[in-house]
Design a protein around this ligand. Sequence first.
Ligand SMILES: NC(=O)c1ccc[n+]([C@@H]2O[C@H](COP(=O)([O-])OP(=O)(O)OC[C@H]3O[C@@H](n4cnc5c(N)ncnc54)[C@H](OP(=O)(O)O)[C@@H]3O)[C@@H](O)[C@H]2O)c1
Length: 255
Amino acid sequence: MSGSSAGSAGRRVIVLGGTSEIALACVRELQSREPREVALLGRDREALGLAGEKLRAQGVGRVIELELDALDTQRHEEVIGRAFEELGGGEIVILAVGMLGERGGLPSDVAAAVELLQVNVVGAGSLLMHAARRLREGGGGALVVLSSVAAERPRRANAVYGASKAALDSLAQGLGDDLQGTGVRVLVVRPGFVRTRMTSGLAPAPLATTPEAVAEVVRGGLESGAHTVWAPRALRLPMLFMRMLPRPIFRRIKQ
Ligand SMILES: NC(=O)c1ccc[n+]([C@@H]2O[C@H](COP(=O)([O-])OP(=O)(O)OC[C@H]3O[C@@H](n4cnc5c(N)ncnc54)[C@H](OP(=O)(O)O)[C@@H]3O)[C@@H](O)[C@H]2O)c1
């Protein structure tokens, strides 16, 4: 597949973080356009099975489920390889693995914060690199990376999560540039506050959105060939403004 034809047209979709509400909404959105075959990879067999059943009920012809733990980086190459082999290839990979962790700046539970960094940076980074290699070996495709607006400028209230997303976002951008011309496209997705189980119990931020709305933005990004999209799109300008705020003002933002 050539880079220019990658778009949203790929039939085989591989989801890393196969129980993610945002990623599953992306699969449904893609399926609504044309039939797909899907591999869901995740650490919770039962939850993956339920997600797979729902997708089948919604018309996805073939769904396979494979175990994947972001922390077990030694197995990433093998598991991603199996996903490509069992599906017979892969045109779109969605990287959705991530955790939000404790709110606030300096964590009270440093061990939990370190685990978050291991999942969101080391684990997700390893998955990103292995998936990119497999796509390139297969002749191309699209790699959708769920970053966050938090990556643009981590606030004091989400210092650890923001730093983890900034690292993943940077890696995705750098690799996306390196992969130009190989047929592999990296689409960095920066959602704001999305109402999923990850944010349940938190007060919605301005411009809060839904997994379905993020999925529409992702499909639009795949079709337009964008390298970065914001969800909702209206967040792009406020985030540019946030990035330019002087530190003494920025640090007054408590939430
Ligand atoms: N919701 C938001 O407001 C928001 C905003 C911006 C960006 N994002 C990003 O979007 C992505 C998806 O989030 P979501 O809202 O869809 O939340 P979600 O439903 O909680 O999805 C998170 C996914 O990460 C997986 N995961 C966590 N730790 C893992 C590990 N060690 N190994 C394998 N998988 C692991 C979860 O699997 P389990 O089911 O096993 O826990 C789940 O599939 C995340 O990267 C998140 O950072 C979310």
